[in-house]
Design a protein around this ligand. Sequence first.
Ligand code: PLP
Length: 404
Amino acid sequence: MTLSEMVFLPYGRQQIEDDDIAAVVDVLRSEFLTTGPALAAFEAALCRATAARHAVACTNGTAALHMAALAFGLGPGDIAVVPSVTFLSTANAVRLTGAEVVFADCDPDSGLMEAQHFAEAQARAEGPVKAVFPVHMAGQCGDLAAIRDVADRHDIAVIDDAAHAIGSRYRLRDGETSPIGDGRLCRMTTFSFHPVKTIAMGEGGAVTTNDDALAARLRHLRSHGMTRDFAEMSRNDMAYDGEGRQNPWYYEMPEVGLNYRVTDIQCALGHSQLKKLDRFVARRRALAARYDSQLEGLSPLLQPLAQSQHCKAAWHLYAVLIDFDAAGISRAAFMNRLREDGIGTQVHYIPVHRQPYYQRRYGETALPGSERYYARTLSLPLFAGMADEDVDRVVAALKRHLGV
Ligand SMILES: *Cc1c(COP(=O)(O)O)cnc(C)c1O
């Protein structure tokens, strides 16, 4: 065993550098640990990275989804379409507002909900659908323009879960690409900055939007549903003294909210990381291309993820599809053998409609594309700090265990 084989390769991990650490230390020595200048600077940087008018940072990607669902106004009696191949949060955010979820199927070879899967779920819903949450699996996206067309026909808002897709670009009808989160086709876009994601904040998330009113609501919801902006006050008798001076302590709560505020410590890390987005994405793309070239045509038992023509992916995950039945090995055994070789893998995701909670609530749903995707998917190591040789080592192990 060579030295490089001794190092365990996780499926994903953060890349923290000295300037990231220095940025965090600076905040620790500063006046504000939360809701200070680092938050504003991070949100401004996120607007630049996504070309969105507003970015509202929060505690994590789940909170971002929950805030977006609440800001849009989902609530009891409403219905939202969510792809079944996603992390729990996308569906849970809908349920936490009291609204019901209708699960959509996906392309079995890309894991993406396309317009036809969305339309099929919409037709299956037992009432009008108010929102749809496309999920940009692995950093790719489906045909967002086509999804938007279906949404427009039924007056449905598109809120995309871009936890995997900071730095990805989607293709517009004219062939041009634009950053995911730019707010042109989607009402709101949510991000996660968990350490396995492309940008790490420890825990962190954000919502981007071009809608001023939604941005204001998101900011309220993030902090107890309250405002300190005197332009927004409704009780002038309480907001001002007898001479028309603002009461300095005054705040108002126009609606009920949460505490989803994110610290300046996390924002400083996020901002420092965001400065490296282009470099991280370039590295991820180069590693993905190296996997592609080595895996293409390697064996009928294994195929790379189908590449969407509708985006330029930043590749959060490098997933492959393996026919475990034909290979004569279970996925568990396969993953364990790779682990013994020092290679971490993961499955993204167990289809959410199969979770006991959702099965109890909605019964059985037949989603053959999701099932077929789930049966074969395996995420291989991919992170900015990986060396080319790490890819070669993973491919060699795959070959060994598939016997090809
Ligand atoms: C990570 C993730 C989330 C949740 O983000 P957290 O920051 O972990 O709360 C939501 N959706 C998808 C698709 C994710 O991958």
